[in-house]
Structures are given as structure tokens and as C-alpha cells.
Design a protein around this ligand. Structure first.
Ligand code: OSB
Ligand code: MG
Length: 370
């Protein structure tokens, strides 16, 4: 069944976070999110562009995705016959970079295809899992005491693994205290590229805390140094920032730069590339998990669908709406069971009703494209 997109509506919404989120590259208090609604045959599908408010995680940011979507991505999609959602990515492939902008549109078209077929998105992308294991990502706190308290709260809520952000000055000693207090939990750290190979001896000190993995310790665009680091660490290295395509994952695996890969829909440009990346990792016995980008309910629901693919065997950063939002733009919001799992919805598309009135009240900028 072909799809011809006849209208795209972009909405830029602003949503305050319940609590600031701090990584090695800075603090976020409020999200500026671009949502994509793509129409065909009177039906619409939704996608979320996962770019941050500043070009610090990657070069994309809310301000860059807007003109790219309007001037480059939408014109290459509108009124072109797509044989299926899987064809979307190829139409914008010659645009260098801008994966999150392109991925937001691609995700909307997958959601639309699911709705046109009246089936849940997880089924459309070929997933199977009916319940996904969940972890949490905890930002850098003002004190170790606050971090320990947060971890306690998340464990009590049932989450299966804890990821804590680290940076120079907030690493080995903090992890030591967390391990001392919680000796038995599944624990991992994420450095968001805050170190270099000069820190190798320092990072090696993390080995004694039997972490599940250390995520993206070195440069955002490096694979080779990660291979050197992995060669001398017992702790598995997991790559996030530097894996922007299935090809990058293949190279990282070949170089033994990582034993685990974090897959983010936006970073890799959408579902089609995420599936290819998933398959390459699966073929090399490298487990994957779904990363998060502080998404609204829409992006969160897409992450749930992605996590139903078979090689998503590790708990991801897909957690309950209420950890980030006082009120989400979907209703009901995403909830996590006391076993630390999310039950996958069977409703058509991404599976959660949008709270239209609330969503519209958050819109700060809108563009209707024909
Ligand atoms: O590196 O995984 C990351 C949030 C923003 C940018 C990068 C990252 C993160 C997170 C949060 O760790 C994950 C979430 O959405 O819960
Ligand atoms: Mg990360």
C-alpha cells in the first residue's frame, strides 16, 4: 500500500521539566520540542524530533531542525509516492547529517502507515515483545546525598537498572559511594564524551565497581580511541553519540570499540536505520538498548515500539512520563509497572491518545506545509 503525504504540520512546543537534567555538557530545565504531523488520505501520523535546545549533545538543536524541515526535508517528502514508510529515509538521505530532523518525519510516516493499516506501530516495524524492561537515567546532582536518594526512589518504583551521569570531578568517588550503598543493583554510567585517552588510568578505576557498562566515555565522533580503551577496560564500553548509522555500528564492532550499543531513533535518522543497526548488532551478538532524549509522550511511545524488537535485551532509558512531566501531551501518560516494565499498547499507531487541547496550549511556533 503506497503512501502520498499531502500535508505536514510542524509544531514547536515548550514544556518545563519536573526537575533539571544535568549531563557533562550542561543543564536542561525546559524542553523545546518539534513535533511532526504527517497527513495522507485524511489520516495523520505523529513523530518527534529529538534534538535538544542547544547543539551540545550533537550539532542539531531546536533552531536548526526548523529550517531544515521546511526547506529540505518536507519538500522531498510531500506529494511523492512512497511504496511504504520504509522508503522515507532514502528520499532525504543525500541531506548530510540532520538525522534527528529527518528521523522525526520518518517516525511520523511509520506511525501514519500503522494507522492506515489499523495496527499498532510495534507490529508495523516488526517488533514482538509485549512488555519492555525499563531503566532510568539520573543526571548529575548537587550532592551525593541527593543522588543516593534519587536512586532509592527509582529502585522503590521498580526500575530494573540505574544509569548515572558522570563527568570529571563527579565519577570514581561518587560511583564508589553508590556501589557501597547499593551493592547488588544493575548500575551503569554515561559520560557523554567527557574524557579522553589521557584519562585511561582514571577510567580503569571504575572496573572495580562491576558496572554493566560505561556509555560514550570518549569523543562524540571517535571510534578508534574507544577501541583502545575497551582493550584495557574490563567494563564493557557502550557507544551512543558516535553511532549514527548501521555502518558506524559495523565499524565499531569490527574494531572491538564497544560490546553494547545504545540505539536512539533520532540520532540514527529513524526506524529503518534503527532496524538495520539492530540487525547488525544482533548478528554479532552485541546487545542493544533504547536510549532516550527527554522525549514527550509521543517520542517516548515511539521508543517503546522500537524496544519491542528482539535484540533490545537490556533495560533502556525508556521511563514513565511523570519522571519528566507534570502533565504529558498524551493521556493516559506512560506508566511503569512495579516490576519495572512497560506494557506495550495494542492501540493503532504509537498507541496513546494525544491530549490535543493541552498540546495546542504548549505551541510556540507552527508551520503548515503543503
Ligand atoms: O546521553 O543518553 C544520553 C538525555 C539527553 C541527551 C543525552 C542523553 C540523555 C539521557 C536521558 O541520558 C535519557 C532519558 O530520556 O531518560
Ligand atoms: Mg548517552
Amino acid at each position: 500500500m503506497g503512501i502520498k503525504i499531502d500535508q505536514i504540520i510542524l509544531r514547536h512546543i515548550r514544556m518545563p521539566l519536573v526537575h533539571f537534567f544535568e549531563t557533562s555538557f550542561g543543564r536542561t530545565r525546559e524542553r523545546d520540542i518539534v513535533l511532526v504531523e504527517a497527513f495522507a488520505d485524511g489520516v495523520s501520523g505523529w513523530g518527534e524530533v529529538t534534538a535538544g535546545e542547544n547543539p551540545f549533545y550533537s550539532e542539531e538543536w531546536t533552531g536548526s531542525v526548523w529550517p531544515i524541515l521546511i526547506d529540505y526535508v518536507a519538500p522531498r517528502i510531500l506529494h511523492h509516492e512512497l511504496s511504504s514508510a520504509a522508503d522515507t529515509a532514502a528520499r532525504t538521505k543525500h541531506i548530510r547529517g540532520h538525522h534527528m530532523a529527518r528521523g522525526g518525519v520518518e517516525a511520523a510516516i511509520w506511525d501514519l502507515q500503522a494507522r492506515l493499516r489499523n495496527e499498532p506501530l510495534w507490529k508495523t516495524i516488526g517488533g514482538a515483545r509485549r512488555e519492555i524492561p525499563c531503566g532510568v537515567s539520573i543526571g548529575i546532582q548537587d550532592s551525593v546525598e541527593q543522588l543516593l536518594e534519587k536512586i532509592q526512589t527509582e529502585l522503590a518504583a521498580g526500575y530494573q537498572r540505574i544509569k548515572m551521569k558522570i563527568k570529571p570531578g563527579w565519577d570514581v568517588e561518587v560511583v564508589r559511594q553508590v556501589r557501597e550503598r547499593f551493592p547488588g543493583i544493575k548500575l551503569m554510567v554515561d559520560a557523554n564524551s567527557a574524557y579522553t585517552l589521557k584519562d585511561l588510568d582514571h577510567l580503569k578505576k571504575l572496573d572495580r565497581f562491576y558496572l554493566m557498562m560505561i556509555e560514550q566515555p570518549l569523543a562524540h565522533d571517535d571510534i578508534v580511541d574507544h577501541a583502545v580503551l575497551q582493550g584495557s577496560l574490563d567494563t564493557p564500553v557502550c557507544l551512543d553519540e558516535c553511532i549514527r548509522s548501521a555502518h558506524h555500528a559495523a565499524q565499531a564492532i569490527r574494531l572491538k570499540a564497544a560490546r553494547i550499543v545504545n540505539i536512539k531513533l533520532g540520532r540514527v535518522g529513524g526506524f529503518a536505520e534503527a532496524r538495520r543497526l539492530h540487525d547488525i548488532c544482533e548478528g554479532n551478538a552485541v546487545p542493544v538498548w533504547c536510549g532516550g532524549m527527554l522525549e514527550s509522550g509521543i517520542g517516548r511511545a515511539h521508543n517503546i515500539a522500537l524496544s519491542t524488537l528482539p535484540n533490545f535485551t537490556l533495560p533502556g532509558d525508556v521511563s514513565a512520563s511523570k519522571r519528566y512531566w507534570k502533565r504529558d501531551i498524551i493521556d493516559p501518560a506512560i506508566e511503569v509497572s512495579s516490576r519495572g516494565t512497560i506494557h506495550v499498547s495494542d492501540a493503532p499507531g504509537f498507541g496513546y491518545p494525544i491530549d490535543q487541547d493541552f498540546l495546542e496550549s504548549l505551541v510556540v511556533r507552527r508551520e503548515v506545509l503543503h
